[in-house]
Design a protein around this ligand. Sequence first.
Ligand SMILES: [Zn+2]
Length: 317
Amino acid sequence: MSTDAYCSRTESTADLTPAYDEPLRQCPMCGSSEIKNYDHDYTGRQVDRCQSCRLMFMNPQYTADYLDCYYANYGQCGEDVLAIPDPDDLSERRVAAKADAIEQLERYTTPGRLLSIGCYDGIELLLAERRGWQVEGYDVDATTMRMLREQVDFPIYTGDFFGLGLPADQYDCVFMDQVLEHPKNPQEYLREVYRILAPGGLLHIGCPNIKSISSRLKTLLGKLGLKRRRGKHYDMFHHLFFYDPRTLAEIMESHYGYEIVVIEGDPVIGLKSMTLEESWRTRLSNWIRRKYPICESSFRLVVRKPGEAVCARRMAA
Ligand SMILES: [Zn+2]
């Protein structure tokens, strides 16, 4: 799961036959049994919506065994060597976007201990390490993690996330970029992240925005029968949950006790080679995207675990 590279994968490359669980009768996030059908896609996969917390999710969902097979070797697709982008190459938009996210976190905390869940090629970890963070990475893709471990010096984990035995109250930041829409149990990840975050620690979440103008329009056109492949934008070949900034922020506050720090649309990352005119256009676009997340197809949410921030790395020293 995770990363833009993962999300660029298309359905046609998945040659497994999907297997499904029994339909969920309760909302996985809040436990409400008030769930109603919201939409479906062109293959017949259903999207339900919780009437209580407003979370939307695929229902029924793929079996755990199917997802285990699907995500095995997911990122590398059979390559022998993991191609890690150059952390200095800020002309590469993905690198620049990760760097921007790390810099944003540093507006609210000082570099300490950081865990990236769904770290794939570890680019955010390399960027953060250079800026003084003590970094660790986790991903379900064991093959990619084995290759990453050969190229970096920091701890890389794989296997059952909940069996890792990560210490409580020790991480100053947890980074989950394009991750939370993938697993069957996002609520368990959020609970475990809360446990391991230090008081005052930050959680960065990046997600597709199912309520962006673009997504709303695609949903509407699909429901009106005006789209050839209705519901393609749900990406249900690997996305199981569908978030919008307001709904997720309310869940994080009311179900987990986090404090909201940032809610914004993903910015366009300005590249160094831009002309003056392009630069000003990018600034204006980013002001709009940050202020009105509905304008952008994905969003960032940064939340804080309550408590006085004390850098976990300094505590350990
Ligand atoms: Zn719910």
